[in-house]
Write a protein that binds this ligand. Sequence first.
Ligand code: GAL
Length: 432
Amino acid sequence: MKKKLVLFLSLMLAFSMALAGCSDSSSSGGSSEGGSKGSKGDKLEIFSWWTGAGEEDGLKALLKLFDEKNPDIPVQNAAVAGGAGTNAKAVLASRMQGNDPPATFQVHGGAELNSGWVAADKMEPLNDLYEKEGWKDKFPQSLIDMVSKDGNIYSVPVNIHRGNVLWYNKKVFADNGITPPKTFDEFFAAADKLKKAGVTPLSLGDKEPWTATMLFENILVGTMGVEDYGKLWTGEIPLDDAKVKESAEIFKKMLGYVNEDHSSRNWQDASQMVGKGEAAMNVMGDWAKGYFVNDLKLKTNEDFGYITTPGTEGKFVVITDTFGLPKGVKKPEDVKKFLSVLGSVEGQDAFNPLKGSIPARTDADQSKYDEYGKQTIADFGKAELAASLAHGSAAPEGFLTKVNQAVNIFVTQKDVNQFIDSLKAASGDLKK
Ligand code: GAL
């Protein structure tokens, strides 16, 4: 109840901020931020949810590079705090509806872009920019497909995040004689051992419910495989399928091993528990690596280790952050200049090593990436790719909102039948 109230209040706050036309520009940014409000000023508004720990370093580097290359185009960093766009998406929706789009905004490839803003006729095609920059064979076709609809390309991917990573504290594993679990059985064996030793096996921070939805989507991929997981969102496999129930049972069992205060923590808090050795494992996208390294000053493969989540070896849950050109912006040519920098090798290599993601381009400079990055680049090239539900790529926003609500209730009530019923009831929104 309390959690719902907090969520409701934060949404209200986001909406009132939007109405007042004062999206948060105070957080960080390039050398040229600040000043004007909304798109009414002269500055090029770059809208995202990358503020604070683990999120903003990559963006700052990109804005700095843009400023170096285009000193005559002032930029405003219009980021709105909240993981996975919890608040930013609401602010953006209200601005788009009011025909006050930012110059460009963070949007996930897949349904969030195509069934959302493109279907609503709010985006300009970028085919000419792709031609001019020679990008068509520089981005993998799988990504170009995620940002295309009816033969037109609508945004430029800045990165690829992996969503199916289990992060663990190396010392806690070593002290307890545990090796990284590859299967659900191995995971539960490790979790039991850790629990007996008095260590929190799995950290969770679901103050914003998307983190729990992510955990569930990983279980779905691990249980069903990539192809059948994909069929859930096209309606070819119903949401009350036996494998979904099995996944819900596993999810319920996993929730028996998480920190008690999970509902008052965010994703950074949960990652921090692993970083500090207060918990052994955490399931999170690889923005957590950016946070471990940049903010907690931990060393990859020394302080923390990583493995694909149980059952997902050879599979890659894809989250791609992209930026496009909304219809009706004042200076479309300046926006394209920003997109050109974001889509360049230099831009991608300034952003991604700090963000924890890998470059979306296939010709980036791999020497700029650490061991984790190099391995992830190699994995992406050969893995089976699954679009993330929790991050808006697999299914329309309306459906995702209902799934997040269902997950949020499940985390406290742990009623599998009720959960499956809610998922099934939401499936009407899959087509919208
Ligand atoms: C995702 C986004 C990532 C990261 C994460 C946590 O939706 O794609 O770049 O920011 O949310 O906020």
